[in-house]
Design a protein. Structure first.
Length: 64
């Protein structure tokens, strides 16, 4: 079985306002800021898995 090496990217955003943060630290600063009503549960992490095109040929066939 071949191993497929994929890259991932994490995107931090506020699920109430849909603001996208540059980093996890920036999201935490928004939570810690007393001038905003952002709570920890408002922050979500979206994970994108980037599959290289050559890997698609490995998984596109049907099992026999």
């Amino acid at each position: 079985m071949k191993t497929i090496h994929c890259k991932t990217e994490e995107i931090y955003r506020n699920k109430k306002t849909n603001v996208v943060y540059a980093s996890k630290d920036e999201a935490q600063q928004d939570v810690d800021n007393p001038n905003t009503d952002t709570e920890q549960e408002d922050i979500v992490t979206d994970v994108n898995i980037l599959i290289p095109p050559e890997a698609l040929s490995l998984i596109s066939g049907t099992k026999k």
